[in-house]
Design a protein around this ligand. Sequence first.
Ligand SMILES: O=C(CO)[C@H](O)[C@H](O)COP(=O)(O)O
Length: 228
Amino acid sequence: MSVNVKQLAAEKAVEYVQDGMKVGLGTGSTAYWAIRKLGERVQQGLKITAVATSQASEDQARELGIPLVAFGDIDSLDLTIDGADELDGELQLIKGGGGALLREKIVAMGSTRMIVVADESKAVQTLGKFPLPVEIVPFAWEWTVAKLAKLGCKPELRRSGDELYKTDNGNYIADCRFEVIASAPELALSLQGISGVVDHGLFIGIASMAIIGKNDGSIEIIEGETHL
Ligand SMILES: O=C(CO)[C@H](O)[C@H](O)COP(=O)(O)O
């Protein structure tokens, strides 16, 4: 039987959750397994409160009986567990493949620790193969997309069937194809300088640990620093 490497990494991360913690729930097919395992532990008596980063994760958590609060009602979180589209050895990430990057970033930055869970295909030397998701406001999106292209990428507005894809916040996502991202911090600064950009999928200095599930059934852990 083949190993479910996403499940392997996600369930390892859930071992770090302790009674009384406030936990951020990520989004995507790897975070799904973490939420599922957390649900199991809650049913066995674990006492936590959680904040979801997307409607999908909120629905899953509610179904499993995980107590949810709005992030606005608490000051901070202890731990967030979330997936990534790419991660490098310095724990710099590309996120947003599932369209939830803005809430994911707010929740991760409001957490003492963020554990990234991923399968080994997500681990790269240099970020950039995965098109960088950038959340932009619908107003004058053409102007914003033209500005993004000037940063040396090919931006494409994400679609959902015949419609333009809209995030949980009512914005669009421009998926920006770079050949390679030589300096993620420099690119992050340039993106923040474009008015129509709400946020982008570069997570720099946010993740404190990565748990990577490998095809041979082993787990690699990369430790960083907590940022709060
Ligand atoms: O950033 C995300 C959603 O916005 C996800 O964490 C990322 O896309 C990874 O997803 P998956 O675990 O399904 O590969």
